[in-house]
Ligand binder design. Sequence first.
Ligand code: HEC
Ligand code: HEC
Ligand code: HEC
Ligand code: HEC
Length: 153
Amino acid sequence: MEHARHVFRVLFVLVVLVSGFTVFRTFLVPASYGFYGPYRYANVAQQAARAPRHGGPESCEKCHPKQYGKRLAGVHKKVSCEVCHGPVAIHAEGGKRIAAMPMEKTFKLCARCHAKLESRPKEFPQVVLEEHVNAKLEGGICLDCHDPHDPTP
Ligand code: HEC
Ligand code: HEC
Ligand code: HEC
Ligand code: HEC
């Protein structure tokens, strides 16, 4: 009988741990978790209610037909306007311009994609910036010779 006390102590600790775990779990797991699977079901409606911030190049076409057409005719036809500028949501809403659209005018914009890097695919057009410009690498020097919307010189 003396040894039964040890067993009861272990059992007691186990019961406390298991019930503690169960109580905390009910508080910590979100209400709709596991409804249809291992995810929070309420999140589906929450995500669907969010308005997209990006609209794709087509969202710029009506207000900027010149830049839109130029880009489609040139080598940047697969580069989205919003990659170089910003999401349409910060700039236009309900057919009106609501705020300025960012315009990165320095060489850093072009360098992001065209600076020579060993890790880039060989066939992707890239240049050693300093050698290519043959002048001091500063400001909007790339735009002296390249139009960002149709950059073939
Ligand atoms: C490769 C990057 C790049 C892409 C892609 C791009 N732009 Fe631009 N955009 C620029 C830069 C850089 C300027 C600033 C040009 C300057 O000041 O000479 C500019 C300027 C503009 C301007 C100001 C007027 C002008 O022409 O200078 C408008 C409007 C514009 N872009 C709209 C667009 C639209 C619409 C698209 C897609 C159809 C687009 N851009 C795609 C880089 C880009
Ligand atoms: C509802 C019309 C509208 C839409 C849609 C729109 N813009 Fe504009 N945007 C304007 C107006 C108006 C201006 C100011 C006059 C101008 O430069 O043509 C402007 C100016 C700009 C400028 C110059 C900086 C500035 O804010 O003055 C850039 C760059 C530009 N837009 C890019 C874009 C891009 C990229 C898209 C698509 C993602 C876009 N715009 C969608 C109306 C629009
Ligand atoms: C988001 C990435 C991105 C940015 C930023 C970007 N470009 Fe491009 N550029 C491309 C892609 C993609 C191509 C098409 C490559 C192809 O056809 O294989 C391209 C093609 C070109 C080409 C034609 C190369 C050739 O041999 O056909 C030139 C020139 C060029 N870009 C210059 C510029 C300049 C100047 C800027 C800055 C105003 C710039 N690019 C910004 C992605 C970018
Ligand atoms: C003085 C004029 C001039 C300036 C400034 C200039 N370029 Fe060029 N770029 C050219 C000419 C001309 C070509 C076509 C001949 C060649 O490939 O060298 C060209 C070609 C390119 C190509 C295509 C290379 C290829 O392998 O097909 C890329 C990419 C490019 N330039 C990016 C840039 C970037 C980025 C800047 C700014 C850091 C810049 N250029 C500044 C004149 C210029």
